[in-house]
Write a protein that binds this ligand. Structure first.
Ligand code: NI
Length: 183
């Protein structure tokens, strides 16, 4: 089931999301809906607060894109992170052009560590610790920011944010059209 995504300016995006426990009802159903919602919007990561649920659940998934048919193949990598915690940041940092399904039409370079160690549970409540690198490391940090009430534009310089002010206001006042459902 595809869930509506909330946009920049919605108060849930600014809340610190709460951890869940094993009593959380139908976690697997929620996770399935989050993957459906993310892929439907051509995203690579989605945090529960973006579907108006202030809980610490994240899905990340990568699919190959075929230019000839303008379509996506089956996912090659998926990570469901429940109550994730970044326990260590690598020393090296890099710039990467980020976007966000809650901040449509804005893409900006963000500086972040290139590797992180992340501890989390999956939807079967198995505990994991991953040494994340590459795109996975990037998306984990972006999504954990969402759980802490932050969006990627918070990490831009004051100058960049000032330049984006009108676009951000347009998103907040729902003047932006998206091909996926927003509320
Ligand atoms: Ni995002």
């Amino acid at each position: 089931m595809i869930l509506p995504i909330i946009g920049y300016g919605h108060p849930t995006l600014r809340k610190v999301a709460k951890p869940i426990d094993k009593d959380y009802p139908d976690l697997k159903g929620l996770v399935r809906n989050m993957y459906d919602t993310m892929y439907n919007a051509d995203g690579v990561g989605l945090a529960a607060p973006q579907v108006d649920l202030p809980i610490r659940v994240v899905v990340i998934g990568f699919r190959p894109y075929d230019e000839k048919t303008d379509s996506y193949g089956e996912p090659t990598e998926e990570h469901t992170l429940v109550n994730p915690e970044i326990v260590e940041y690598g020393a090296e940092k890099d710039w990467f052009n980020e976007g966000c399904l809650s901040v449509p039409d804005i893409h900006e370079d963000v500086l972040r560590p290139t590797t992180v160690r992340v501890r989390y549970w999956d939807e079967d409540w198995q505990e994991h610790t991953d040494e994340a690198t590459g795109l996975y490391a990037r998306v984990v940090q972006h999504e954990v920011d969402h759980l802490d009430g932050k969006v990627f534009t918070d990490r831009l310089s004051n100058l960049r944010r000032t330049m984006l002010k009108r676009k951000l206001n347009d998103i907040a006042s729902k003047k932006i059209r998206t091909k996926y459902k927003m509320k």
